[in-house]
Write a protein that binds this ligand. Structure first.
Ligand SMILES: [Zn+2]
Length: 131
């Protein structure tokens, strides 16, 4: 067997000690065998499934957990909407504004509340798509 034909056996660790020593001597002087061993090593790396880093698992878990607490993420937006609604409600019923056309105001508030809700719902949908 020519030395170059032993490269696969050498890579597989199947050469006897004597043959192995002889091949390693040959390997030092043979660029073709060196290249083939490098290639085989890369192939071996490619076939071995890489271990998933713990950091990645942690991040994935964090994302999953975050999705469940999506309402908590929007607490300031929700608080803002609630505060605006309360403010408008109080303002509408203050005696000084009794002259204001309450019916028109309620209609306007309903429209803007719908818009706000639509924007908010769209944000939620975007978030769902993102995750
Ligand atoms: Zn060789």
């Amino acid at each position: 067997m020519k030395p170059c034909e032993q490269v696969l056996l050498y890579a597989a660790g199947e050469l006897k000690a004597q043959d192995k020593a002889a091949f390693e001597k040959h390997l030092k002087t043979c660029p073709a065998c060196q290249a083939e061993l490098k290639f085989l090593a890369k192939l071996d790396e490619g076939l071995t499934p890489p271990a998933v880093p713990e950091r990645v698992i942690t991040q994935l878990f964090a994302r999953t957990t975050r999705k469940k607490s999506i309402w908590a993420q929007f607490k300031w937006e929700l608080a803002g909407i609630a505060a605006a609604a309360c403010g408008a409600f109080v303002w509408m019923y203050l005696p000084a504004h009794q002259a204001f056309n309450a019916h028109d105001l309620v209609a306007y508030m309903n429209i803007s509340a719908d818009d706000e809700y639509a924007a908010f719902a769209q944000e939620l949908t975007d978030m769902e798509d993102y995750f």
